[in-house]
Design a protein around this ligand. Structure first.
Ligand code: SF4
Length: 347
């Protein structure tokens, strides 16, 4: 099974194919970047494809995220021809290598039928920048899926649905989340931030890669990285400092792996406060000391949990628009995703 960051020439070539969009869709500027494409379990899109003939329509996906993402909808069980409605299915056997069967007929091994149905679509999913899956499904569930023993009781160890496991293995750096988790604001914010970062890396760097573009990209994500993981921020900087001794393809691969891993750790209020203070340091000239003092107090109130992130961020953005240098204005930290998602209002 191939992942984004598998080593070896053949595998690296496949990695590059996944990272680099087709020439037709390729663009070079932030302004004209194409719509972000995200995979979505069909039942979450409101399609009546569940085993019982119903759906699990997600208002978050359909009413909010659909303004920003183009969803690519897929139901592995329908693709496999199991029909709707269909008997309930479950995973049985070895938790490391479970088998899909009907709950009331465990003699029938349905694994191959399902895997054959999703393998081909899976090959095309390298163009996605994220995936939102339905929970509790032996096909789509990302975690805590029951795997039953021969005696009918579930193993203590839980697993993944078969499609979710294959998706995660093949595209290990793609942001993949269960829809249920997106109702937790920190996980939701982190997922959205990673989808945008994944997309930008592909379109700003991997489309037509040069070291210069990678350094520009890293510079524009400097404060996002600092807010998420200072250690990764430093090691990515060191990686770029030694860039000339590493083939570009290898560098891109190593960078992207470390970058996406760093962002997977949600930023906390302490790190956000440190970053806000750093940015405030850029406003020494042109902004009065009393204004800076007020911003400093608001940052402190954010760190104490008294105001959301949007408050110090908006203040800083106001002054940066007037007095900020080009370098600070280009920081994605100030707008890692569209403001109208309202995420900074809640963290
Ligand atoms: S959870 Fe997955 S397999 Fe089940 S109905 Fe939804 S899309 Fe289809």
């Amino acid at each position: 099974m191939i992942t984004y960051l598998a080593s070896g020439n053949g595998k690296r070539q496949q990695l590059m194919q996944q990272l680099i969009p087709t020439a037709k869709a390729a663009i070079k500027t932030k302004v004209t970047e194409p719509r972000i494409v995200v995979g979505l379990s069909s039942c979450l899109a409101g399609h009546a494809v569940r085993y019982n003939g119903g759906h699990s329509q997600s208002r978050l996906c359909l009413n909010t995220l659909s303004d920003h993402f183009q969803f690519e909808i897929f139901c592995p069980e329908v693709a496999a021809g199991f029909g709707t409605p269909r008997p309930v299915m479950r995973l049985i056997g070895d938790p490391k290598n479970p088998v899909l069967t009907y709950s009331d007929n465990q003699q029938q091994n349905l694994t191959e039928k399902l895997v054959n149905a999703f393998n081909k679509p899976l090959e095309t999913m390298g163009r996605l920048d994220g995936y939102i899956l339905m929970k509790n499904s032996p096909s789509c569930g990302l975690e805590r899926i029951k795997i039953y023993q021969a005696n009918g009781s579930p193993h203590v160890q839980r697993g993944r649905g078969l499609f979710a496991a294959a998706l995660k293995q093949k595209y290990s750096l793609m942001p993949i989340e269960e829809e249920g988790h997106l109702h937790d604001i920190r996980l939701y914010e982190n997922f959205i931030l990673r989808v945008y970062a994944h997309h930008r890396f592909r379109y700003e760097v991997a489309t037509d890669p040069t070291l210069h573009k990678l350094i520009d990209f890293h510079s524009s994500y400097k404060y996002v990285l600092m807010a998420h993981d200072q250690g990764y921020y430093r090691s990515l900087g060191a990686m770029l400092a030694a860039a000339k001794s590493v083939p570009l393809e290898q560098l891109l691969e190593d960078y992207f792996q470390a970058f996406m891993t760093a962002l997977a750790k949600p930023a906390n209020a302490k790190n956000h406060s440190n970053v806000l203070q750093h940015i405030l340091g850029y406003l020494k000239q042109g902004v009065s000391s009393s204004a800076r003092q007020s911003i400093d107090e608001v940052i402190h109130r954010y760190r104490q949990g008294e105001v959301p992130l949007i408050v110090p961020l908006t203040l800083l953005k106001h002054y940066i628009e007037q007095e900020g240098t080009e370098y600070i204005r280009m920081q994605y930290y100030l707008q890692p995703y569209p403001d109208d998602l309202g995420l900074a209002n809640r963290i």
